[in-house]
Design a binder for this molecule. Sequence first.
Ligand code: NDP
Ligand code: 8X3
Length: 250
Amino acid sequence: MKQTALITGATSGIGWAAAKTLARHEIRLILCGRRQDRLDQLHSELSAFTDVLTLNFDVRDRDEVSEAISSIPEAFKQIDILINNAGNAHGLDPIQDGQLDDWDAMIDINVKGLLYVSKAVIPQMVSRGSGHVINIGSSAGKEVYPKGNVYCASKHAVLALTDGMRIDLNPYGIKVSAINPGMVETEFSEVRFKGDPDANKVYKGYKALQAEDIAEIIYFTISRPPHVNIADLLVFPTAQANSVTVKKDL
Ligand code: NDP
Ligand code: 8X3
């Protein structure tokens, strides 16, 4: 039977690439984000491959999240795979100079948003006794780098929540996975540096991971046999050894 996946943050980067990859494998898709023009574009591009439903909501708003998930029509209602991907870094400042709005954004989106969406989706997996939750963490969830403070804390929280979910959902046969990338060339830096024209310099001088690389890993993770769960996966570009060690040919 055709599976259904819900992807948050499908309007850009890793989420967009994952939507394309899963569509090619004919997985039914519920694609989420806030930018309606991009949701419309995804709907028209991917409907040729699979059934697509788009949902426009802000993961920070718990009412919007629960209303959006409740509005899902019958044909899409059984969510087999939840990909908690929406998230960003906001700012890169030493802790003493950090902006409160940036801190709120990272905790509200990366941590509380992930929880709100999970709360709206996981109970149906529990009742069925099946499902797969994939949380997109980060190498920043495994180490802390200078000025990364709150973003790293938010991604450490994602890893702790992933482990907690795996334990609590174990009796129900639900798989829970964390996929933790290093540097991926997406709109991530434009968001972190608030549209600074130099934002994408972080991807210059070496070959960063591409969103499609992570999309393939997501598909690999969801396509393992029932007895195999990729619990926690860390992936770097070859040029990157850890958050601060990157071999650049400049
Ligand atoms: P992008 O900026 O390209 O994509 C971020 C996505 O998150 C967008 O689709 C955006 O959609 C969505 N999003 C952001 N805020 C909200 C919100 N409040 N409500 C709903 N959706 C929201 O970045 P990436 O694709 O790189 O990031 C995806 C995930 O991967 C994030 O969790 C990030 O932390 C993680 N990651 C990224 C790495 C990188 O180097 N790029 C490395 C490791 C992890 P919209 O604006 O339309 O709402
Ligand atoms: C994104 C990767 O190194 O900017 O999670 O934190 S990094």
